[in-house]
Design a protein around this ligand. Structure first.
Ligand SMILES: O=C(O)CCC(=O)C(=O)O
Ligand SMILES: [Fe+2]
Length: 340
């Protein structure tokens, strides 16, 4: 079967924040309105070919659920360090990563290489001890580590991950159409997607040193990252023309970006745009990025329509599993210690 359909022409959406950041409204598509899939796909194509970031409105995620997840981040990090260290990040990248535990070495955008001034709690798909991947001890597929004595935290985080997974799955056909593929092209890759929820605490820093950041300039590793609107500013995006653009606080939206894996899968048709955080506010900043990726068994090779005569494939095929293991080793201090 030919997976290709005519691709929609890239089209800037009606609203561009600061003349640069596309705002995509998913509501007509999520309501199932006629023609909405094609219209949203044309705007998505514009956003990911030219910016790599967009604001998503009309996503249907309940604000109460978002606020409970932000509260979970705050509650988690408010614990004494001894409590947090009881679930220190393990070889599956699950649990608590202490301050300055990541270095972002996969990216050429952080030449000075100072560790980032943040601490984070990592969750992935909730698994049970009888999960075949857990029994086989497959890398990055372990059991979540939960803090003790934090009633409701686990339920809120799992409810958020489940709801965000469903949003991601409902957006995947828009990505397929934006690439000129049949809407269900990615169905198998995303029927059991790889999920990561990162609850990050960026303390207020009075005086950043040269080359020091709350999170150093980096690109994300995967397919799609979704960040709910953040009342504390600090995220900036390195646009293709070289300008650092500050993401504004637009309540009710998500900031969504594509990562290295989608960049590679699309044979570099879609961007993976560098970004960084500096919390220069007097208060702590929390972030709850949700990373939505294909199943680890997915083979990432140039998609139909993205490579061919005149545009040869720029990367060899790679199993997503091998790719994320490589990425984790490069970026996390504890992974390097384990591999040494
Ligand atoms: O804190 C933010 O707003 C962005 C965080 C981020 O880029 C990341 O965790 O990959
Ligand atoms: Fe990021």
């Amino acid at each position: 079967m030919n997976p290709l359909l005519p691709a929609p022409a890239a089209r800037p959406p009606a609203t561009m924040v600061g003349g640069r950041l596309p705002v995509l409204d998913a509501a007509p598509f999520l309501r199932g309105e006629a023609g909405a899939l094609e219209a949203l796909a044309a705007e998505l194509r514009f956003a990911l070919e030219n910016v790599g970031f967009y604001l998503l409105a009309g996503h249907g995620i309940d604000d109460g659920l978002i606020q409970r997840t932000y509260a979970a981040a705050k509650r988690f990090h408010a614990q004494p360090i001894e409590e947090k260290l009881k679930i220190r990040i393990n070889e599956h990248n699950l649990g608590y990563m202490p301050m300055k535990g990541s270095l972002n070495r996969t990216s050429a955008y952080n030449p000075n290489g100072k560790p980032s001034v943040n601490e984070a709690f990592f969750l992935r798909r909730q698994r049970t001890p009888d999960d075949p991947d857990v029994i086989a001890n497959k890398p990055l597929r372990g059991l979540n580590q939960w803090p003790e004595g934090m009633p409701g935290l686990r339920e809120d985080c799992l409810a958020y991950m489940d709801r965000m997974m469903r949003l991601g799955q409902s957006l995947v056909p828009v990505y397929a159409r934006a690439l000129g593929l049949v809407p269900d092209y990615f169905e198998k890759a995303f029927s059991l997607p790889n999920l990561i929820l990162r609850l990050t605490h960026y303390p207020a820093v009075e005086d950043f040193q040269e080359g020091e950041f709350s999170i150093a300039p980096h690109t994300d590793s995967g397919f799609m990252t979704l960040l709910p609107a953040n009342p504390v500013d600090g995220l900036s995006v390195h646009l293709p023309d070289g300008v650092w653009f500050d993401i504004p606080h637009v309540p009710g939206t998500y900031t969504v970006n594509s990562g290295d894996m989608l960049h590679r899968w699309t044979n570099e048709v879609f961007l993976s745009t560098p970004h960084r955080v500096r919390n220069v506010s007097p208060a702590a900043r929390y972030a709850i990025p949700f990373f939505f990726d294909p199943h680890p068994d997915t083979m990432i090779e140039a998609l139909p329509g993205c490579a061919g005569p005149g545009r040869p494939a720029k990367h060899p095929p790679v199993l997503f599993d091998d790719y994320i293991i490589w990425f984790a080793r490069k970026n996390y201090v504890h992974q390097q210690e384990a591999a040494a």
